[in-house]
Design a protein around this ligand. Structure first.
Ligand code: UDP
Ligand code: MG
Length: 339
Protein backbone atom coordinates (compact mmCIF):
# COMPACT_ATOMS: atom_id res chain seq x y z
CA UNK A 1 0.00 0.00 0.00
CA UNK A 2 2.70 2.43 0.99
CA UNK A 3 5.66 2.46 -1.35
CA UNK A 4 7.56 5.48 -0.08
CA UNK A 5 10.71 4.79 1.93
CA UNK A 6 11.91 8.32 2.65
CA UNK A 7 9.83 11.47 3.11
CA UNK A 8 11.83 14.67 3.39
CA UNK A 9 9.92 17.44 5.13
CA UNK A 10 11.11 20.99 4.45
CA UNK A 11 9.42 24.11 5.86
CA UNK A 12 9.50 27.08 3.52
CA UNK A 13 9.01 30.66 4.59
CA UNK A 14 10.07 33.24 2.00
CA UNK A 15 12.93 31.14 0.66
CA UNK A 16 12.78 32.04 -3.06
CA UNK A 17 16.49 32.90 -3.02
CA UNK A 18 17.62 29.45 -1.86
CA UNK A 19 15.09 27.33 -3.73
CA UNK A 20 17.06 26.97 -6.98
CA UNK A 21 20.16 25.81 -5.08
CA UNK A 22 18.07 23.58 -2.83
CA UNK A 23 16.40 21.96 -5.83
CA UNK A 24 19.69 20.78 -7.29
CA UNK A 25 20.95 19.38 -3.99
CA UNK A 26 17.64 17.60 -3.34
CA UNK A 27 17.52 15.97 -6.76
CA UNK A 28 20.99 14.49 -6.12
CA UNK A 29 19.91 13.33 -2.67
CA UNK A 30 16.73 11.69 -3.98
CA UNK A 31 18.74 9.85 -6.61
CA UNK A 32 21.24 8.59 -4.05
CA UNK A 33 18.84 7.39 -1.37
CA UNK A 34 18.32 3.62 -1.31
CA UNK A 35 14.55 3.67 -1.78
CA UNK A 36 11.66 5.59 -3.33
CA UNK A 37 11.58 9.07 -1.83
CA UNK A 38 9.38 12.14 -1.73
CA UNK A 39 9.98 15.72 -0.68
CA UNK A 40 7.20 17.47 1.23
CA UNK A 41 7.53 21.23 1.08
CA UNK A 42 5.42 22.95 3.69
CA UNK A 43 4.80 26.47 2.48
CA UNK A 44 4.40 28.40 5.72
CA UNK A 45 2.60 31.45 4.34
CA UNK A 46 5.41 32.76 2.15
CA UNK A 47 4.79 36.19 0.69
CA UNK A 48 7.52 36.04 -1.96
CA UNK A 49 7.68 33.77 -5.01
CA UNK A 50 8.39 30.57 -3.05
CA UNK A 51 4.97 29.00 -3.58
CA UNK A 52 5.06 29.59 -7.34
CA UNK A 53 8.55 28.10 -7.51
CA UNK A 54 7.70 24.88 -5.68
CA UNK A 55 4.47 24.51 -7.64
CA UNK A 56 6.44 24.63 -10.87
CA UNK A 57 8.83 22.11 -9.36
CA UNK A 58 5.92 19.81 -8.51
CA UNK A 59 4.62 20.05 -12.08
CA UNK A 60 8.05 19.08 -13.36
CA UNK A 61 8.84 16.28 -10.90
CA UNK A 62 6.09 14.55 -8.94
CA UNK A 63 8.46 13.51 -6.18
CA UNK A 64 8.12 17.10 -4.96
CA UNK A 65 4.87 17.64 -3.11
CA UNK A 66 3.38 20.59 -1.31
CA UNK A 67 1.36 21.33 1.78
CA UNK A 68 0.24 24.93 1.56
CA UNK A 69 -0.63 26.41 4.94
CA UNK A 70 -3.28 29.13 5.08
CA UNK A 71 -0.89 31.60 6.75
CA UNK A 72 2.46 31.76 8.55
CA UNK A 73 2.16 29.35 11.48
CA UNK A 74 5.83 29.19 12.39
CA UNK A 75 8.62 26.69 11.87
CA UNK A 76 7.60 24.14 14.52
CA UNK A 77 4.01 23.93 13.30
CA UNK A 78 5.11 23.76 9.66
CA UNK A 79 7.28 20.75 10.51
CA UNK A 80 4.33 19.17 12.30
CA UNK A 81 2.07 19.58 9.25
CA UNK A 82 4.69 17.96 7.02
CA UNK A 83 5.19 15.02 9.38
CA UNK A 84 1.41 14.53 9.64
CA UNK A 85 1.16 14.06 5.88
CA UNK A 86 4.39 12.19 5.19
CA UNK A 87 3.96 8.64 3.90
CA UNK A 88 7.54 7.39 4.18
CA UNK A 89 8.87 4.59 6.35
CA UNK A 90 11.42 7.15 7.48
CA UNK A 91 10.75 10.87 7.71
CA UNK A 92 13.56 13.43 7.48
CA UNK A 93 13.17 16.98 8.81
CA UNK A 94 15.44 19.52 7.17
CA UNK A 95 15.72 23.31 6.84
CA UNK A 96 15.37 24.89 3.41
CA UNK A 97 18.47 27.05 3.66
CA UNK A 98 21.01 24.18 3.34
CA UNK A 99 22.45 24.85 6.78
CA UNK A 100 21.68 21.18 7.24
CA UNK A 101 23.66 19.58 4.39
CA UNK A 102 21.45 17.09 2.50
CA UNK A 103 24.36 14.67 2.13
CA UNK A 104 24.23 14.01 5.89
CA UNK A 105 20.84 12.38 5.29
CA UNK A 106 22.67 9.46 3.65
CA UNK A 107 24.60 8.86 6.89
CA UNK A 108 21.36 9.15 8.85
CA UNK A 109 19.73 6.58 6.57
CA UNK A 110 22.64 4.19 7.21
CA UNK A 111 22.10 4.51 10.98
CA UNK A 112 18.39 3.92 10.46
CA UNK A 113 19.19 0.74 8.53
CA UNK A 114 21.24 -0.32 11.58
CA UNK A 115 18.06 -0.16 13.63
CA UNK A 116 17.98 3.30 15.22
CA UNK A 117 14.53 4.86 15.28
CA UNK A 118 15.67 8.46 15.73
CA UNK A 119 18.86 9.76 14.13
CA UNK A 120 19.50 13.43 14.90
CA UNK A 121 22.11 15.80 13.54
CA UNK A 122 24.73 16.88 16.08
CA UNK A 123 26.12 20.36 15.42
CA UNK A 124 29.72 19.73 16.38
CA UNK A 125 30.99 22.65 14.37
CA UNK A 126 29.03 25.88 14.64
CA UNK A 127 31.84 28.11 13.46
CA UNK A 128 29.60 29.48 10.73
CA UNK A 129 27.09 30.78 13.26
CA UNK A 130 27.60 34.26 14.66
CA UNK A 131 29.34 34.69 18.01
CA UNK A 132 26.17 35.99 19.64
CA UNK A 133 24.10 33.09 18.32
CA UNK A 134 26.60 30.54 19.60
CA UNK A 135 26.80 32.07 23.08
CA UNK A 136 23.05 32.45 23.52
CA UNK A 137 22.42 28.95 22.13
CA UNK A 138 24.97 27.41 24.48
CA UNK A 139 23.56 29.29 27.49
CA UNK A 140 20.05 28.23 26.54
CA UNK A 141 20.94 24.55 26.13
CA UNK A 142 22.70 24.56 29.50
CA UNK A 143 19.74 26.18 31.23
CA UNK A 144 17.27 23.82 29.59
CA UNK A 145 19.45 20.84 30.52
CA UNK A 146 19.31 21.93 34.17
CA UNK A 147 15.58 22.64 34.22
CA UNK A 148 14.07 20.05 31.93
CA UNK A 149 12.45 16.89 33.25
CA UNK A 150 13.31 15.23 29.92
CA UNK A 151 16.88 14.75 28.79
CA UNK A 152 17.11 16.86 25.62
CA UNK A 153 20.51 16.56 23.93
CA UNK A 154 22.42 19.85 23.52
CA UNK A 155 23.62 21.16 20.15
CA UNK A 156 20.79 19.34 18.43
CA UNK A 157 18.28 21.09 16.22
CA UNK A 158 15.34 19.68 14.32
CA UNK A 159 17.48 18.18 11.55
CA UNK A 160 16.85 14.46 11.94
CA UNK A 161 15.59 11.19 10.47
CA UNK A 162 12.72 9.51 12.26
CA UNK A 163 11.35 5.99 11.86
CA UNK A 164 7.64 5.41 11.20
CA UNK A 165 7.12 4.17 14.77
CA UNK A 166 8.44 7.44 16.21
CA UNK A 167 6.42 9.37 13.61
CA UNK A 168 3.23 7.69 14.81
CA UNK A 169 4.12 8.52 18.42
CA UNK A 170 4.76 12.12 17.41
CA UNK A 171 1.42 12.30 15.61
CA UNK A 172 -0.33 11.37 18.84
CA UNK A 173 1.24 14.36 20.64
CA UNK A 174 -1.04 17.26 19.78
CA UNK A 175 -0.01 20.02 22.19
CA UNK A 176 -0.30 23.51 20.80
CA UNK A 177 3.04 24.87 22.07
CA UNK A 178 5.49 22.65 20.30
CA UNK A 179 9.20 22.19 20.86
CA UNK A 180 9.71 19.44 18.32
CA UNK A 181 13.22 18.33 19.30
CA UNK A 182 12.10 18.03 22.92
CA UNK A 183 9.06 15.99 21.90
CA UNK A 184 11.26 13.49 20.07
CA UNK A 185 13.66 13.37 23.03
CA UNK A 186 10.73 12.63 25.32
CA UNK A 187 9.47 9.56 23.49
CA UNK A 188 12.49 7.32 23.91
CA UNK A 189 13.30 4.66 21.27
CA UNK A 190 16.83 3.98 20.15
CA UNK A 191 18.36 7.37 19.37
CA UNK A 192 21.74 8.31 18.01
CA UNK A 193 23.45 11.49 16.78
CA UNK A 194 25.30 11.99 13.51
CA UNK A 195 27.89 14.78 13.81
CA UNK A 196 27.96 17.43 11.09
CA UNK A 197 29.26 20.92 10.52
CA UNK A 198 26.52 23.53 10.38
CA UNK A 199 26.81 25.37 7.08
CA UNK A 200 26.24 29.02 6.28
CA UNK A 201 22.83 29.88 4.92
CA UNK A 202 22.99 29.26 1.16
CA UNK A 203 21.08 32.47 0.35
CA UNK A 204 18.65 34.93 1.87
CA UNK A 205 18.45 35.95 5.53
CA UNK A 206 17.28 34.15 8.65
CA UNK A 207 13.51 33.82 9.06
CA UNK A 208 13.87 33.44 12.81
CA UNK A 209 13.27 36.86 14.28
CA UNK A 210 14.36 37.57 17.85
CA UNK A 211 10.74 37.19 18.90
CA UNK A 212 10.38 33.80 17.26
CA UNK A 213 13.62 32.68 18.89
CA UNK A 214 12.45 33.80 22.35
CA UNK A 215 9.16 32.03 21.77
CA UNK A 216 10.96 28.80 20.88
CA UNK A 217 13.16 29.07 23.98
CA UNK A 218 10.13 29.66 26.22
CA UNK A 219 8.32 26.73 24.63
CA UNK A 220 11.34 24.58 25.37
CA UNK A 221 11.56 25.53 29.03
CA UNK A 222 7.88 25.82 29.88
CA UNK A 223 6.87 22.82 27.81
CA UNK A 224 9.38 20.49 29.39
CA UNK A 225 9.75 21.69 32.94
CA UNK A 226 7.74 22.67 35.98
CA UNK A 227 10.97 23.76 37.69
CA UNK A 228 10.37 27.54 37.29
CA UNK A 229 7.10 27.20 39.20
CA UNK A 230 8.82 25.20 41.92
CA UNK A 231 11.64 27.78 42.18
CA UNK A 232 9.07 30.52 42.59
CA UNK A 233 7.32 28.59 45.32
CA UNK A 234 10.58 28.09 47.20
CA UNK A 235 11.63 31.71 46.78
CA UNK A 236 8.23 32.84 48.08
CA UNK A 237 8.54 30.60 51.12
CA UNK A 238 12.04 31.91 51.81
CA UNK A 239 10.95 35.56 51.59
CA UNK A 240 7.98 34.88 53.87
CA UNK A 241 10.22 33.18 56.43
CA UNK A 242 12.67 36.09 56.35
CA UNK A 243 9.82 38.59 56.82
CA UNK A 244 8.61 36.64 59.82
CA UNK A 245 12.09 36.64 61.37
CA UNK A 246 12.38 40.35 60.67
CA UNK A 247 9.06 41.00 62.41
CA UNK A 248 10.11 39.00 65.46
CA UNK A 249 13.43 40.83 65.62
CA UNK A 250 11.67 44.21 65.33
CA UNK A 251 9.33 43.35 68.22
CA UNK A 252 12.31 42.20 70.26
CA UNK A 253 14.15 45.48 69.63
CA UNK A 254 11.04 47.52 70.46
CA UNK A 255 10.44 45.66 73.74
CA UNK A 256 14.07 46.00 74.81
CA UNK A 257 13.92 49.74 74.13
CA UNK A 258 16.68 49.85 71.50
CA UNK A 259 14.13 50.54 68.78
CA UNK A 260 15.29 53.61 66.86
CA UNK A 261 13.59 55.78 64.24
CA UNK A 262 12.48 53.43 61.49
CA UNK A 263 14.35 54.00 58.20
CA UNK A 264 12.21 54.56 55.18
CA UNK A 265 14.97 53.15 52.93
CA UNK A 266 14.51 49.62 54.20
CA UNK A 267 10.75 49.93 53.68
CA UNK A 268 11.10 51.19 50.13
CA UNK A 269 13.65 48.51 49.27
CA UNK A 270 11.47 45.75 50.71
CA UNK A 271 8.33 46.96 49.00
CA UNK A 272 9.87 47.43 45.58
CA UNK A 273 11.73 44.14 45.84
CA UNK A 274 8.56 42.29 46.73
CA UNK A 275 6.58 44.17 44.09
CA UNK A 276 9.07 43.23 41.40
CA UNK A 277 9.24 39.63 42.50
CA UNK A 278 5.48 39.37 42.56
CA UNK A 279 5.18 40.77 39.05
CA UNK A 280 7.75 38.30 37.75
CA UNK A 281 6.06 35.44 39.50
CA UNK A 282 2.66 36.41 38.17
CA UNK A 283 4.09 36.59 34.67
CA UNK A 284 5.54 33.13 35.05
CA UNK A 285 2.30 31.67 36.39
CA UNK A 286 0.46 33.47 33.59
CA UNK A 287 2.72 31.77 31.05
CA UNK A 288 1.75 28.33 32.32
CA UNK A 289 -1.89 29.32 32.72
CA UNK A 290 -1.99 30.72 29.18
CA UNK A 291 -0.77 27.40 27.87
CA UNK A 292 -3.40 25.55 29.85
CA UNK A 293 -5.99 27.82 28.26
CA UNK A 294 -4.59 27.25 24.79
CA UNK A 295 -4.68 23.49 25.25
CA UNK A 296 -8.15 23.63 26.79
CA UNK A 297 -9.77 25.29 23.79
CA UNK A 298 -8.04 22.75 21.50
CA UNK A 299 -7.74 25.12 18.59
CA UNK A 300 -6.29 23.44 15.47
CA UNK A 301 -2.51 23.52 15.18
CA UNK A 302 -2.68 24.60 11.54
CA UNK A 303 -4.97 25.14 8.59
CA UNK A 304 -4.07 23.72 5.18
CA UNK A 305 -5.38 25.58 2.17
CA UNK A 306 -4.13 23.25 -0.57
CA UNK A 307 -2.29 20.00 -1.12
CA UNK A 308 -0.31 19.23 -4.24
CA UNK A 309 0.55 15.59 -4.86
CA UNK A 310 -0.61 14.51 -1.40
CA UNK A 311 -3.86 12.93 -0.32
CA UNK A 312 -5.48 13.73 3.00
CA UNK A 313 -5.13 10.63 5.20
CA UNK A 314 -8.15 8.35 5.80
CA UNK A 315 -8.00 9.22 9.49
CA UNK A 316 -7.32 12.95 9.65
CA UNK A 317 -4.84 14.06 12.30
CA UNK A 318 -6.37 15.54 15.42
CA UNK A 319 -6.31 19.34 15.78
CA UNK A 320 -5.62 19.97 12.12
CA UNK A 321 -7.73 21.46 9.35
CA UNK A 322 -6.87 19.84 6.04
CA UNK A 323 -7.76 21.04 2.57
CA UNK A 324 -11.02 20.05 0.95
CA UNK A 325 -10.62 17.14 -1.46
CA UNK A 326 -11.27 19.42 -4.46
CA UNK A 327 -8.17 21.43 -3.65
CA UNK A 328 -6.08 18.28 -3.75
CA UNK A 329 -4.17 17.89 -6.94
CA UNK A 330 -3.18 14.27 -7.37
CA UNK A 331 -4.14 11.85 -10.05
CA UNK A 332 -1.02 9.66 -10.02
CA UNK A 333 -1.52 8.48 -6.50
CA UNK A 334 -5.27 8.00 -6.85
CA UNK A 335 -4.64 5.69 -9.78
CA UNK A 336 -1.75 3.81 -8.16
CA UNK A 337 -3.79 3.41 -4.97
CA UNK A 338 -6.52 1.80 -7.09
CA UNK A 339 -9.03 4.44 -6.01
N1 UDP B 1 10.64 28.82 8.71
C1 UDP B 1 9.26 28.61 8.62
N2 UDP B 1 8.41 29.48 9.24
C2 UDP B 1 8.84 30.54 9.97
C3 UDP B 1 10.25 30.74 10.09
C4 UDP B 1 11.11 29.86 9.46
O1 UDP B 1 8.82 27.66 7.97
O2 UDP B 1 8.02 31.27 10.50
C5 UDP B 1 11.56 27.89 8.04
C6 UDP B 1 12.58 28.53 7.13
O3 UDP B 1 12.08 28.72 5.83
C7 UDP B 1 13.71 27.51 7.15
C8 UDP B 1 13.62 26.94 8.56
O4 UDP B 1 12.30 27.23 9.03
O5 UDP B 1 13.51 26.45 6.23
C9 UDP B 1 14.66 27.52 9.50
O6 UDP B 1 14.61 28.92 9.47
P1 UDP B 1 15.92 29.82 9.44
O7 UDP B 1 16.97 29.17 8.60
O8 UDP B 1 15.53 31.20 9.04
O9 UDP B 1 16.34 29.78 10.97
P2 UDP B 1 17.85 29.81 11.56
O10 UDP B 1 18.59 28.70 10.86
O11 UDP B 1 18.38 31.15 11.23
O12 UDP B 1 17.66 29.57 13.02
MG1 MG C 1 18.79 28.51 8.93
Amino acid sequence: MNDVTYSIVIPIYNEEKVLPVLEGRLVSLLDELDGPSEVIFVNDGSTDGSYEYIRALHDKDRRFQIVNLARNFGHQIAITAGIDLAAGQAVVIMDADLQDPPEVVLEMAAKWREGYEIVYGLRTDRSTDSWAKRVTASLFYRLLGKLSDVKIPAEVGDFRLVDRRAVEAFKSMREGSRYVRGMFAWMGFRQVGVPYARQVRAAGATKYTFRKMMRLATDGVVGFSRTPLRLVLHAGMLVAALALLFGIAAIGLFVSGIYLVPGWASVVVTVTFLGGTQLAVMGMIGEYLGRTYEEAIERPLYVVSALHGLLPPMVPPRRAVLAEPHSVVDLDRLISAGG
